[in-house]
Design a protein around this ligand. Structure first.
Ligand code: E4P
Length: 218
């Protein structure tokens, strides 16, 4: 079992290494404490590795609960690389920290967002990004995508520049609905990204084309 876990970790690392960069539609990476736990390695090792591979925003999450602690954590994380976005939970202390870090020019991603009013406060605090957790709202009987739509409306009403990261995607249709709702970014697992490429008609028609091409006199 240990070997299987090890192999899975290896594969995950390889996946990021091979796929970030040339992959269409892949602009950055988000992490959270659960992702780090599942990776089974020291956070800093994972963070520096991702930052080395990815040429785009990389969200790294703080894990403290008071503004002074979050600010200190955020400053340390931001020192790692110019691409770091400090991911901060949407609690009152978190938004205090966002305001301070934003004034210092440090990018922030306000996470675990579940209501439009929370997102309004994140925007007012100067968050660079806000992450509504769509799939987790669906899981408790809400229409999660409505949150993205409401945040979009609020941002447009007031000219907030906070970008919406549609998060906790569970299937390709979530990505479609996010795009239709005007989310600026979607964060999803690689298996969902893979599914976006696929349409059975593409393979059927391509097969017809190539079959015909083989019969063309050359
Ligand atoms: C990203 O910002 C979130 O941490 C992530 O989308 C949460 O996804 P999950 O609900 O699949 O853990």
């Amino acid at each position: 079992q240990a070997e299987q876990v090890g192999a899975a970790r290896e594969a995950a690392t390889l996946d990021v290494r091979v796929r970030v960069g040339p992959e269409a539609g892949l602009d950055g990476v988000t992490t959270n404490p659960s992702h780090v736990f599942k990776a089974g390695r020291k956070p800093m090792d994972i963070y520096t590795e991702i930052l080395d591979i990815v040429d785009g925003p990389v969200s790294l999450e703080t894990v403290t609960l008071t503004a002074p602690e979050i600010i200190a954590e955020g400053r340390e994380l931001a020192k790692l690389h110019k691409n770091v976005v400090v991911k901060i939970p949407l609690i009152k202390e978190g938004l205090k920290a966002v305001k301070v870090l934003a004034a210092e020019g440090i990018k922030t991603n306000v996470t675990v967002t579940f209501s439009p009013l929370q997102a309004l406060l994140a925007a007012k605090a100067g968050a660079t990004y806000v992450s509504p957790f769509v799939g987790r709202l669906d899981a408790v009987g809400h229409f999660g995508m409505e949150l993205v739509e409401q945040i979009k409306t609020i941002n447009e009403n007031y000219g907030f520049e906070t970008q919406i990261i549609s998060a906790a995607m569970r299937h390709p249709t979530h990505v479609l609905e996010s795009a239709l709702a005007g989310a600026d970014v979607c964060t999803a697992a690689f298996d969902i990204l893979d599914q976006l490429y696929n349409h059975p008609l593409t393979y059927i028609v391509l097969n017809q084309f190539l079959t015909d091409w083989a019969k063309v006199p050359k």
